[in-house]
Design a protein around this ligand. Structure first.
Ligand code: BTN
Length: 253
């Protein structure tokens, strides 16, 4: 199934994810996109809030893939790869764009974008709907975050409207979505890994139950992070926050 996008734009909303979900439950079609200029209740991963003043991109995409929820868990990586492909050509050549597990985009180590994926399944565990929310810091970024943040303007990207950036993203996402449906995740995972921050290096992964330290080996076929612990045991991690040792030092200073 390809994606025919239908765009709904509003000035102010609580959360585009909540609005997209409401419309999904009312029967809206695969490919609905909700974009807002500002959110008053923007949500991030792991129960965090997402600061959403005017000037940035806030949007949510409704998808109804014919796959299990487990295989659809890679959609965040597909979307992050598409967003990276849309932003990279806009950057000055000395800036470095990276993916940070699971679905963040970093430029020169600062977070510029994140994704929040939410889903409802039927009794057989198949997704009835998936809402993929995306926030991109274009003109401003929050100061008080657990991880350094930045924005496209600060990184030297010329003026780009949230609407144009969204159009670029959708144009990049559509072929990757089709590739995933036809050929699976592995070739896209290779491209995600080429830009992965901390790959092969020692990282910290914060889980609900505490932190794990180890070497970031790879992604598995569902996008889980494969971490080699100092004991040589390999752990598969499906939810958590990654930190790089240098950042911990900077935060501690
Ligand atoms: C993260 O924590 O990195 C994910 C942030 C996702 C934010 C976007 S903004 C548009 C959509 N609506 C929300 O409430 N959240 C997502």
């Amino acid at each position: 199934m390809s994606v025919d996008f239908t765009l709904i734009e509003v000035e102010t909303i609580g959360s585009t994810n909540d609005e997209c979900r409401r419309r999904a439950e009312e029967g809206a079609s695969h490919g609905l996109v909700v974009r807002a200029d500002r959110q008053t209740k923007g949500r991030g991963r792991r129960g965090r809030t997402w600061d959403s003043p005017f000037g940035n991109l806030y949007c949510s995409l409704l998808l109804r893939p014919e796959s299990s929820l487990q295989s659809a868990s890679v959609l965040g990586f597909i979307a992050a790869t598409a967003l990276g492909n849309s932003i990279e050509p806009l950057l000055p050549s000395d800036r470095v764009l990276q993916h940070k597990w699971p679905n963040d985009i970093l430029i020169d180590g600062g977070k510029v974008a994140g994704f929040l994926m939410e889903a409802e399944t039927d009794s057989a565990g198949r997704p009835q709907w998936i809402v993929l929310g995306m926030g991109v810091n274009i003109a401003n970024h929050p100061g008080n975050t657990p991880y350094p943040a930045t924005d496209l303007t600060a990184m030297g990207v010329g003026i780009i409207s949230s609407r144009s950036l969204l159009q670029n993203f959708l144009a990049a996402f559509s072929p990757l979505y089709e590739e995933w449906q036809e050929s699976g995740f592995s070739a896209i995972a290779e491209r995600w890994l080429k830009r992965a921050a901390g790959l092969g290096e020692k990282i910290e992964v914060k889980l609900d139950s505490g932190s794990l330290f180890g070497r970031f080996l790879s992604l598995d076929s569902d996008g889980a992070l494969m971490l080699e612990l100092p004991s040589a045991e390999i752990r598969r991690i499906s939810a958590g926050d990654v930190f790089f040792p240098a950042q911990r030092l900077r935060i501690a200073q």
